[in-house]
Design a protein around this ligand. Structure first.
Ligand SMILES: *[C@@H]1O[C@H](CO)[C@@H](O)[C@H](O)[C@H]1NC(C)=O
Ligand SMILES: *[C@@H]1O[C@H](CO)[C@@H](O)[C@H](O)[C@H]1NC(C)=O
Length: 144
């Protein structure tokens, strides 16, 4: 408490003009995240690894993403990851206290990251609006 300690900054990409860093913004825990291959040209199915200890049951799980550039909001995005009737991933339905680990593809739009520096806020939360994970990231994309 008081001042609050910050979690370490993790490097996801630092290669070929693309740098992606993230930090957990959940005061209770840090988590691991990596991507198989960093590229400014995002393929439609990128392989990721993600590991976390669950703070909540995740019968339903949602992702909110807010993208900012130079202090201005660029994009807000909300995406269901686990729905009771449509569990998209093997870890959907796991319980509080369990450790989950996912390595595999995620479905994302094919996309070329424009040159620039971006701030991203990510939050995973349940149907009760309880936070499961929170991260803030910085993306720096240069010409080379
Ligand atoms: C996360 O946010 C904190 C507080 O605003 C900031 O100091 C830090 O640089 C950010 N980390 C990343 C990786 O963007
Ligand atoms: C994204 O959400 C924030 C906070 O609710 C809001 O201030 C901002 O205007 C939104 N941005 C866009 C691009 O809709």
């Amino acid at each position: 408490g008081g001042g609050g300690k910050a979690w370490p900054t993790h490097v996801v990409c630092s290669d070929s003009g693309l740098e992606v860093l993230y930090q957990s913004c959940d005061p209770l825990q840090d988590f691991g995240f990596s991507v198989e291959k960093c590229s400014k040209q995002l393929k439609s199915n990128i392989n990721i690894r993600f590991g976390i200890i669950l703070r909540e049951d995740i019968k339903e799980l949602f992702l909110d993403l807010a993208l900012m550039s130079q202090g201005s909001s660029v994009l807000n995005f909300s995406y269901p990851i686990c729905e009771a009737a449509l569990p998209k991933f093997s870890f959907c339905g796991r319980r509080k206290g369990e450790q989950i680990y996912y390595a595999g593809p995620v479905n994302n739009p094919e996309f070329t990251i424009p040159q620039g520096e971006y701030q991203v806020l990510l939050e995973l939360y349940t149907e009760k609006r309880s936070t499961v994970a929170c991260a803030n990231a910085t993306i720096m994309c240069s010409e080379f």
